[in-house]
Every structure is written in C-alpha cells, then in structure tokens.
Design a protein around this ligand. Structure first.
Ligand SMILES: [Cu+2]
Length: 219
C-alpha cells in the first residue's frame, strides 16, 4: 500500500514536470460542447485561430460534453478526445506548413473549423455544396398517367421511377436529352436515371399521344 502511494506520487511529479517543460510552448485552447451546445472553437491569446506560425504548441482541450469530441488533424498531427469523455486534456502538437482542421467527429459537417500554418496562408476553397438529388415518380393505370415531383425541377441529373400498372399501354417520357418508355405489355416498376435540360418534356400514354401532359424546365 505504501509503495503504491509512493509510486502514484512519483507519477504525478513526473507528469507535473513534463507539464512545466511544455509551458514554454504557446498554448492553444480548444473548447467543445459547452452546455451540450453544438459548438467547437480553437483560440490562442489573440482570439480565434485563423493562422499560426509553424512550431510546437500546447493544445489544451476543454471537452465539456458527452455528445461531442475535439479532434485536431493536419500534417503530422492527429489528436482527439473521446466523444463520451468529458474533461480537460492536454496535447503537445508540432504544426508545420499546411491546413489543419478541428472538428467534432460525430457532427463534422457542422462542428468544424480550419486554420493555416506557416507558409500556407490560404485555406483550400470549400467544396461546392452537393446538389440535392432530383426525384420524379409516376404511375400509369390504364391509359391515365400521373407524374409527381416535376414542379421546380432544374437541369441536371434526376431519377425517374414509374409504376406501370397497365397491361394495355405504356408510359413514355420525352424531352431534351430524354426518350424513355415502358413497353405496352410491360407491367411493373421502371427506373430511369436521366439528365434533364432546359425545355419542354412530355409524358403519358404511349398509345394515346393526345392524352399526354407536359412540364417545362427552365435553365
Ligand atoms: Cu458533436
């Protein structure tokens, strides 16, 4: 028992002196999840970190939430707290020319930030926002066709699904760059991946052109 206490004191002393040795390094302070908020930040004595000189830093992280973690990564660095864990954690990190990212791994699309180091001063341009997938669905019963989701379509890729329930007719979709049809004798689901362009599209009965409907896509 006495030996264990002595060992514990020794370990604490060693950790303490290591901490003192690091005190010469500038300190970066990371904070995540104060009051379980979905917020993450990294600052130094000048405020929020945008650009740093290359060198060795002490990173002190206040991980205040069991929903979030603090993860710093970039050239030569990959350190993180745990998502479940709460508390203060200290890392020694050596930053070199490049772009670094700090984020919560559970919510990295919204909880993230970047900064540059050394000779690198401009962050890479953000990736273009993904275009939401366009989906159109229709059906054919007898010779009566309906098509949902055509309002507000834009030029670009779209997925068209058609439930053809007619044994005596087919479903047709035609327009700029698109010419699709189910067979007259076909029943079941058809899935078409198409690239829409600006212009007028016609859909409806394969056998009764007069009964077709149309929609327009503006460029
Ligand atoms: Cu999070």
């Amino acid at each position: 028992m006495g030996l264990k206490v002595a060992l514990a004191v020794l370990v604490v002393t060693a950790a303490g002196s290591a901490g003192a040795a690091r005190a010469d390094n500038p300190t970066l302070t990371g904070v995540v999840g104060t009051n379980d908020a979905f917020q993450i930040s990294l600052s130094d004595s000048n405020g929020p970190v945008k650009h740093l000189a290359a060198g060795t830093y002490t990173l002190l992280v206040h991980d205040r939430s069991a929903l979030h973690d603090f993860h710093l990564s970039g050239p030569g660095v990959d350190v993180a707290t745990t998502i479940e864990g709460i508390g203060d954690q200290t890392f020694t990190v050596t930053l070199t020319d490049g772009t670094y990212t700090f984020q919560c791994d559970a919510h990295f699309t919204t909880m993230k930030g970047t900064f540059t180091v050394g000779a690198v001063t401009a962050s890479p341009p953000p990736a273009p926002a993904p275009v939401p997938a366009q989906k159109v669905s229709g059906s054919l019963v007898g010779s009566k066709a309906v098509l949902h989701g055509v309002a507000g379509l834009s030029p670009g890729k779209a997925t068209v699904t058609v439930a053809d329930k007619s044994t005596t007719d087919g479903f047709v979709l035609k327009g700029p760059g698109v010419s699709k049809a189910t067979g007259v004798g076909f029943t079941g689901k058809a899935l078409w991946r198409v690239t829409l362009k600006a212009g007028k599209y016609v859909y409806g009965s394969l056998k009764h052109p007069a009964a077709r409907s149309s929609f327009r896509i503006s460029g």
